[in-house]
Ligand binder design. Structure first.
Ligand SMILES: Nc1ncnc2c1ncn2[C@@H]1O[C@H](COP(=O)(O)OP(=O)(O)OP(=O)(O)O)[C@@H](O)[C@H]1O
Length: 328
């Protein structure tokens, strides 16, 4: 993939394998993508496909049982994989890249006022005075739609939706280039989900922030996505412009996933994908989706590279090899 002027993040062959009692779990296995300025990239995938591990690898929030952690991650012109831990913490984590972890709103400290908690990255990582930090926090609260009256409240005094806005404020308060959101709305009711998605859309529009939104929910993803990367068994199997992905998915797995989404006014029952995703410990050689794929043929026993049928797509499927050869 070539780097264009508006590329903010370029990830190449990122790999994160865990050591487990049963063997090596290949949670992130050679993942490559780029993220442009002011873009929302949705990383879609079913449970266990490696989405959270990808977020943790990007943020270097790693557990102890790492077997392999490798690849290249260019943030602007800096390869952040080459930074030592201390330099990474100072220069990248929370400053240039921030993460809203899964279920973060339930992990707020119950005995510290929310304003103080949101100020923490500024106080700890930047050494800002309390007054200066609180001024920025108030400004960030306004951006995410939380009244500044709430600065002095404790988490238990806020609704779920407000707590989620607070954790969003915590990620945004340092004005990072990239915000990674891991299932930011899955614990919320649909109306609250919609209001959080509206906040994200506005911040993207007004602040120019780039987002990586991780979700298993196709409906949520279609709200914000400029592009979609679909993960399956630790790999990205398709990455496409959102409109193409939702209307003309290219990978057989993407097609089956889109067919499985229930639609209003649809006469026939939604499709389903038979079988189970493979075990990430010792996954099958060749295409990892082959066992469940109605279009599989002899070549699928070999690992497919990512083909680019056009400049807006990359598809890890042998069916697209000929399109590339024909230049279509
Ligand atoms: N610390 C760990 N040690 C060993 N295996 C792990 C560890 N963390 C995750 N895994 C395994 O890695 C695989 C990918 O997990 P991950 O949480 O990244 O997937 P996910 O797509 O985010 O799923 P979910 O949506 O359920 O969180 C799973 O098989 C999981 O069991």
């Amino acid at each position: 993939m070539t780097q264009s002027a508006d590329t903010l993040l370029q990830v190449s062959d990122l790999t994160l394998h865990y050591r487990t009692r049963r063997g090596t779990a290949r949670a992130v296995d050679g993942v490559s993508f780029d993220l442009r300025r002011n873009e929302a990239l949705v990383v879609l995938g079913e449970s266990g496909s490696g989405k959270s591990s990808l977020a943790k690898a990007l943020m270097r929030l790693l557990p102890r049982n790492i077997e392999r952690f490798s690849g290249q991650v260019m943030l602007g012109d800096m390869d952040i994989m080459q930074l030592g831990d201390e330099a990474f913490r100072k220069q990248v984590q929370w400053n240039r890249m921030a993460l809203v972890m899964q279920a973060a709103m339930n992990a707020l400290n119950p005995v510290v006022r929310v304003g103080e908690q949101v100020a923490e990255p500024l106080r700890v990582h930047r050494g800002w005075s309390k007054d200066r930090a609180m001024e920025r926090v108030a400004e960030t609260f306004r951006k995410v739609g939380v009244s500044t009256d709430f600065l002095q409240r404790y988490p238990f005094e806020l609704s779920g939706g407000m707590r989620q806005r607070v954790v969003l404020a915590m990620a945004l308060v340092t004005e990072p280039d990239v915000v990674i959101l891991d299932e930011p709305t899955s614990a919320l009711d649909v109306l609250t989900q919609a209001s959080i998605m509206n906040v994200l859309k506005r911040i993207k529009r007004e602040e120019g922030t780039s987002f990586i939104l991780i979700t298993h929910d196709v409906a949520t993803s279609s709200e914000l996505a400029d592009r979609v990367a679909l993960m399956y068994a630790g790999q990205i199997v398709e990455i496409s412009d959102a409109r193409d992905f939702f209307h003309y998915p290219a990978h057989p797995y993407s097609q089956m996933l889109m067919d499985s989404v229930p639609r209003l006014h649809q006469a026939e029952a939604p499709g389903y994908i038979p079988g189970e995703p493979p075990d990430l410990i010792d996954p099958p050689t060749g295409c990892r989706f082959a066992d469940r794929c109605p279009s599989r043929f002899s070549k699928c026993s070999q690992d497919p590279p990512a083909f680019s049928p056009d400049e807006r797509r990359r598809v890890r499927c042998w069916l697209h090899e000929d399109e590339v050869a024909r230049g279509s």
